[in-house]
Design a protein around this ligand. Structure first.
Ligand code: NAP
Length: 294
């Protein structure tokens, strides 16, 4: 079997197009322009790239991007003060604080300071609790992207045996909650799971979010399964250059799986598209408008 490739680039471009159209209609019909504030503390080069890409995507969708920078030496109080100002700023509908933060700052305190209605990363405990309770919530972008990709293969995820490898607050746990909400039968595996390979072989839908380059091998995959590879791992490549690989051995897995996301070009582009979607949804909710069904 050769797996169908789940093309995250095309699927995310389609979603971004729909968000852009909805933003245009919102501006034309209601005079509302959604705004996202992206906060970066320090000069981490990887974070700089992420922040630049996010702000660019926001602007391309017709929304307003507000870049806010603090030096690496900024205190927790300074950052929380900035978040307070953004919480009270009517032009800002979404707030994203780029992680990781410098050591002197308690990440959980910062997340808790964000207005839950503007928490487009979906990390605030209120949104985490609402998701777990089956209530409407702002949901983390990467997990949202994973489920949208899976739904391009399966019209319904109900009854599927889903295995999520990884239990981080950012990816594993929210993916599992979303899959549960879709009525999949969900197992969360992690570094203490016994016989991980056997657990994975049960999966009709396997989501790999463990941050271990190509650890999931072809013979861990149930024939015909759908594989969503969240991993982004930089490994040595040819000629002294590095290359990006996922958590799944793509060459092996694509011989057994029914459908699989590539890395790069799978989950990655969906994360930004879902950030735009969350910002649009947050803006609509704050203005008392119905959320566009995209
Ligand atoms: P993380 O916080 O390091 O969590 C990794 C999870 O994998 C943990 O729950 C850990 O288990 C589990 N794990 C680690 N080694 C394992 C092993 N040998 N066997 C089974 N489980 C194992 O990572 P994360 O933030 O969730 O990210 C996971 C991956 O997704 C990374 O490669 C990251 O770069 C990527 N990512 C991609 C995007 C995107 O936009 N595509 C976004 C976010 C993250 P324990 O809990 O037991 O330690």
């Amino acid at each position: 079997m050769t797996a169908r490739i789940i093309d995250g680039k095309t699927i995310s471009a389609d979603l971004r197009g729909k968000v852009t159209d909805a933003v245009h209609r919102l501006r034309r019909d209601r005079g509302v322009v959604p705004g996202l504030a992206v906060v970066l503390v320090g000069e981490n080069p990887a974070s700089e790239v992420y922040v630049r890409n996010k702000s660019k995507a926001v602007a391309e969708s017709g929304m307003q991007a507000f870049d806010r920078r603090l030096p690496a030496t900024a205190s927790e109080a300074e950052l929380i003060d900035l978040i307070g100002k953004l919480n009270n700023d009517g032009q800002v509908n979404g707030i994203l604080v780029q992680l990781p933060l410098p050591k002197q700052i308690d990440t959980q305190k910062v997340i808790a300071a964000i207005d839950p209605a503007k928490d487009v990363d979906g990390f605030h405990p209120l949104n985490v609790g609402r998701l777990a309770s089956g209530l409407p919530a702002l949901v983390p972008c990467t997990p949202l992207g994973c489920v949208r990709l899976a739904k391009t293969v399966h019209s319904s995820l109900a009854g599927l045996e889903a295995v999520v490898i990884g239990r981080s607050n950012i990816v594993g746990k929210p993916v599992a909650q979303l899959l549960l909400a879709e009525n999949a039968t969900v197992t969360i595996a992690h570094s203490k799971t016994n016989d991980l390979e056997e657990v994975c072989r049960r999966a009709d839908l396997l989501v790999a979010a463990l941050g271990r380059p190509e650890m999931v091998r072809g013979d861990w995959i149930k024939p015909g399964a759908t594989v969503i590879d969240v991993g982004i791992n930089r490994v040595p490549g040819e000629g002294g250059k590095s290359r990006i690989v996922g958590d799944v051995n793509f060459v092996e897995a694509s011989k057994t799986a029914g459908a699989i996301t590539p890395v790069p070009g799978g989950v990655g582009p969906m994360t930004i598209a879902c950030l735009l979607l969350n910002t649009l949804r947050a803006a609509c909710a704050q203005k008392g408008l119905p959320a566009p069904s995209l």
